[in-house]
Each structure stands twice: as C-alpha cells, then as structure tokens.
Write a protein that binds this ligand. Structure first.
Ligand SMILES: NC(=O)c1ccc[n+]([C@@H]2O[C@H](COP(=O)([O-])OP(=O)(O)OC[C@H]3O[C@@H](n4cnc5c(N)ncnc54)[C@H](O)[C@@H]3O)[C@@H](O)[C@H]2O)c1
Length: 356
C-alpha cells in the first residue's frame, strides 16, 4: 500500500488513473474525466501513462489530466485505482506492478495472454489485498442486466458479434478480440460447465483468424452457437436464447431486450420464425405474449468503471472477478485450439498457401 496517500475511507475522494493511452485507454480517460467533473462522484483524475509519451500527452490534454511515461511514474504520483489498457501481453507486468504498489486495478479484456498469467494476476491480487476487476464490459450493458432476472433454464443460445474490418487488435484473433465478450456472458447465463467445443475459423484479411463459428455444449445439455467476425459488411451484436416456453432476444448495441412467452394452452405456433421476432409480434399470435423490459440506456464502460470504483471504495469483491476473466480466457483458449485442430484436419493451411 502506498504510504504517501492513505487509502480513502468509503466517503473519501479516489485518485484514479489509466495506463495505456491507445484506442481503448482513451475511452477510460474520457469516463474518468466525466466522473472527475462531477463533484458528487468524489473522483480525482490523477493522470494517464503511456510509453509513447506524445500519445499520453495528447490524451491528457484532451481529458484535462497529467501525462506520465510509465505506470511507475503514475504510482509515484499517488493513485488508488487504475485502468490497465495496455496491449494484452503487458497486462500481467503492468497490473502486477500496480497491485504490488497498493493500487486497485481494472484490467481490460482479455484478462491476460495466457492462463498461467491470469493465475498469477489472481495470486498477486490476493497477496496484496487488491480489488481487481476483469474488463468484461458487456456485463454492464443494460440489456444484459435486464436479462438476468429473466433467466430460467436457457437451453439454446445463438450469438452473433459481427464487425466491419478495421486494422486494430490484429495481434489477436477474433476469438480473443470479439467472441470473448459473448463467452463471458453465455458462461454467466448458462451456469454450467462446458463439456464440448467444436469450432471452425479462418483468416480472411489478416494473418489471424478473422471469422469463427463455435458450437459449445454444456454439462446441463445447453448448447450455444457463437459466430464472431471482424470482416463483416455489417455491425451486429445479438444474443438470442430459448428456454422452456420462452424466447429472449438481446441486442447489445440497441440495448434492447424482447421476450416472447408462450402462455399455457397456447395454440401450435407452426410457421413462426423465432429469429424474426418482429414478424411474431406483428402477427400477434394468440397465446404468444411479447414483453420488453424497460431499460435505461447507459454506456457500459461508464457503468463498469462506476462499479469498479464502488468496489474499490467499499473494499468489496468486484462484479466481474479476475476468476471470471480467467474462465472466459480458458474457454477462448480451448476454442483457439479447436480451431487450429480443425484447420489441420481440413488442410486449411495448404489451401491458403495454394492461393498465394
Ligand atoms: N473492452 C473492449 O471492448 C475493448 C476494446 C478494445 C480493446 N480492448 C483491450 O484494451 C487493451 C488495449 O487495447 P487498445 O486497442 O487500446 O490498444 P492500443 O495498441 O491502441 O493501445 C495500447 C497503448 O498502450 C501503450 N503501452 C504499451 N506498453 C506500455 C507500458 N508498458 N506502459 C504504458 N503504456 C504502454 C502503447 O503505447 C499504446 O498507446 C487490450 O487489452 C485490448 O484487448 C478492450
């Protein structure tokens, strides 16, 4: 624990910071600037650090804070809680240094570059009594939050996360870049151990897998199909699932949930296309009751950071633990291996080589 700035009590002001002033660290900085501007939040934005100092300076100037060259400089300045938004391969060394200096951390997803690194983060957080949160921000999406109380016995998930190609995060494949968001949500919703994974994935525009499809079966018998792509012509963020007598459709982007419930004694619904709920609602089939939970739109990152700071103040377990981050990473890693095995079986490398 740093000694020049004692940990504030529950009502005290928190000094916060960001390490990594890249594309996503900038978003964290924006949220901290907004919190610092609101006196009721009792947040001081101490600074942002980046080894690319010009980048740190530019983001610091934009969001009215100070620029530093390293996590060590930020620590010396005195901080209580910091977002770690450096490339994934550096999550462990940066977050470890912060935690060993008595700083609480919100670590971007994926939690780490390997399971053993994720384990080390968990060990360090425990050893130094730190509040450490994994950055799975979709947990804070109002549509996801509204879905929790609706869960009964989900048996089949269909998930699509499609993005238009941009030359970012190409150091990791689409499973760790995009699909991991949905892996975390489905693991949380399904509440069962994964029994089997089948996967296919292809590099299209980058050297890593750009599009992947996964079939996951849980011990409960629940099945989840995931499709993630970063080479799509459209942007889609949808998770749909079926549970007894119910269909639930969640749109992460629109922050919208639709529930269709079949009442007892409802007539046969032959002809209904559950993947086109609009048609079902429009046709007002007798016995099918549509319901849309009332949601208050909120930026998930804002809610995530607010939740992290709340846990830091109260010294309580964060809503998304490092263990949850590790679980999502472990499944993502199994998927990457399943894709590699499939690619081997299908001689995809030879096919790709033959094209060039
Ligand atoms: N939650 C999400 O939806 C989401 C979206 C995008 C990225 N991310 C995650 O955020 C993290 C950062 O991604 P990005 O797209 O912003 O990457 P980026 O490459 O744009 O930025 C990373 C920054 O970290 C800096 N940096 C590297 N080493 C450093 C060090 N030792 N100390 C301080 N700064 C250092 C780099 O100079 C760079 O400016 C990654 O883990 C990524 O997976 C999460």
């Amino acid at each position: 624990m740093r000694d020049n700035h004692p940990m504030p009590d529950e009502n005290g002001s928190l000094r916060v910071g960001v390490v990594g002033a890249g594309a996503f660290g900038r978003n964290h900085a924006r949220v901290y600037r907004d919190l610092a501007a609101d006196a009721s939040q009792r947040v001081e934005f101490a600074g942002i650090a980046d080894t690319d100092f010009a980048r740190a300076q530019s983001v610091a100037a934009e969001f009215k804070t100070r620029a530093f060259l390293s996590a060590a400089e930020l620590i010396a300045e005195g901080v209580d809680a910091v977002s770690v938004a450096v490339p994934t391969v550096l999550h462990l060394p940066v977050a470890r240094e912060l935690m060993q200096s008595g700083v609480d951390v919100l670590i971007e997803k994926p939690l780490a570059a390997s399971i053993s690194e994720a384990d080390e983060l968990i060990t360090v957080a425990e050893a130094y009594g730190r509040v450490a949160q994994a950055g799975h921000l979709e947990r804070f999406n109002p549509a996801v939050r509204a879905t929790f109380p609706l869960l009964t016995h989900p048996m089949f998930f269909e998930v699509h996360r499609l993005s238009v190609f941009t030359p970012r995060s190409l150091d990791v494949d689409v499973v760790l870049d995009l699909m991991i968001h949905d892996i975390d949500i489905v693991l949380t919703f399904a509440k069962s151990k994964v029994k089997e994974i089948r996967a296919v994935g292809l590099p299209i525009l980058s050297k890593k897998v750009d599009i992947a499809n996964v079939r996951m079966e849980f011990e409960s018998g629940c099945v989840a199909n995931f499709t993630a792509s970063r080479v799509s012509t459209e942007r889609v963020r949808k998770l749909r699932f079926f549970q007894p007598r119910q269909y639930v459709s969640l749109d992460y982007s629109r922050q919208d949930v639709l529930v269709l419930t079949m009442e007892d004694g409802a007539p046969d619904t032959l002809g209904m296309d559950p993947f086109n709920p609009a048609s079902v609602v429009a046709s007002a089939l007798p016995g099918i009751v549509p319901f849309k939970p009332k949601l208050e739109q909120q930026e998930p990152l804002k809610a995530e950071i607010a939740s992290f700071l709340n846990a830091a103040r109260r010294r309580s377990q964060p809503e998304v633990t490092l263990e949850a981050g590790r679980d999502a990473l472990a499944i993502a890693t199994q998927i990457v291996e399943a894709i590699a095995a499939h690619s081997e079986r299908a001689h995809l490398r030879d096919l790709t080589r033959a094209r060039h």
